[in-house]
Design a binder for this molecule. Sequence first.
Ligand code: SAH
Length: 264
Amino acid sequence: MLSLLSQHQNQLPVGEVWLVGAGPGDPELISVRGLRLIRQADVVVHDRLVAAELIDERRKDALCIDVGKRPGHHPVPQQEIEHMLISHARAGKSVVRLKGGDPFIFGRGGEEMLALRAAGIRTHVVPGITAASACAASAGFPLTQRHTANNVCLTTAHHCDERDTSNWSSLAGDSSRTLVFYMGLSALGRIRNNLVQHGMNADTPCALIENGSKRQQRTVYCSLRQIADLAAQHKLQTPCLLVVGNVVSLAEEYQNQNRAVSAA
Ligand code: SAH
């Protein structure tokens, strides 16, 4: 790894932006390229969910901007972030925009890429390990599995304009599909009701994964019927991912839990 990194010690081209996926929270889950770019950039603009250890890898003279919070605890508005990236690039800096997970999965990386492109700024994207992959890995089940799940859907029940545009009958109608809900914690009751009303079995195995991949990860295995009650009972907090589907039953802990319930 070290020799891989040292092959690229030259300076970054200036006036360009790299949208870098920082991975799900465990700092070791960033790509080699992502880490090299953090170490080289003039400016690092990062989100709230990015591991502090990764931000500490920046050059000591690099400008570091946390857009996840600012005085009053409100995140910097998206348009302001885009202006910030554009103005630093125009000022001749190499800019790393460090985002949680993968920049192109519910990360607004697409919006940033389009804004940068419209401003004529050369933009590169470095993929990251998204929460779905990381949470499934650390919760002990695959997202697809021969004979159990032949497709997977990454979706959200969080709609910024308040209109629910999800196609619930499609989401509920395929028991060979794994559903992964990002930003779903505050909508668990609604997710359960919609899926069950559209025909999904309320006994479908589910996992709620808080802080996936981090030391403080907590995982709750349950049925679709129980998701809202158990999340409240365990006081689950964001970041939390909901996975719905038969693959969850392949987790050892899910099986142990069910064995304990049937023996009781
Ligand atoms: N671009 C990110 C997702 C950003 S949306 C990615 O690819 O992972 C933010 C949502 O992602 C959170 O509300 C949560 O649902 C999920 N998430 C991100 N990191 C997580 C983690 N470590 N554990 C559980 N869920 C996570």
